[in-house]
Design a protein around this ligand. Structure first.
Ligand code: ZN
Length: 166
């Protein structure tokens, strides 16, 4: 399973909305496996297809400490949400930057696996946050898009500083 290059902000593909998956074939399975390998290698807990330059609605998450709680989410949709929690987040597409955003505390998500089988999942804590972050990616939204105006300004300054250091 090869790892895929991760697209880094401000790559425009990160701002695009991914399309619904309609073909459940070997190609989809190997994309999911390659994405998982890429995520584990980068020590991430979630990866959306946009982040490897593929505009298909598929995301991989694994919030387990042993990298053995992988969930493949194809065409995921949040059908119920409740509560609000502060969440300190980072993103493999925005290396070295972390900031706190607000997320729903609990969610119910409906999705398909890579064979097309539908399932429903209730999640809270880190898993709920991670799934919200990844579904955002599929909609072209980054966690920095949830920042307040002030924090957004600070992010832009951080970005400029970083660019001048390279
Ligand atoms: Zn991300």
């Amino acid at each position: 399973m090869p790892t895929l290059p991760i697209r880094i902000y401000p790559d425009p593909v990160l701002k695009q909305v991914a399309e619904k998956v309609t073909r459940f074939n070997d190609q989809l399975t190997s994309l999911a496996n390659d994405m998982a390998e890429t995520m584990y290698t980068a020590r991430g807990i979630g990866l959306a297809a946009n982040q490897v330059g593929v505009l298909q609605r598929i995301a991989i998450v694994d919030v387990g400490e042993e990298q053995n709680e992988r969930i493949d989410l194809v065409n995921p949709e949040i059908v119920w949400k409740e509560g609000a929690v502060p969440s300190e987040e980072g993103c493999l597409s925005i290396p070295d930057y972390r900031e706190t955003v607000r997320r729903n505390k609990e969610i119910v998500v409906q999705a398909q696996d890579t064979s097309g089988k539908e399932f429903e999942l209730k999640a809270e804590g880190l898993l709920a946050i991670c799934i919200q972050h990844e579904i955002d990616h599929l909609n072209g939204i980054l966690f920095i898009d949830h920042l307040s105006r002030l924090k957004r300004e600070l992010f832009k300054r951080w970005l400029k500083k970083r660019a001048s250091e390279d």
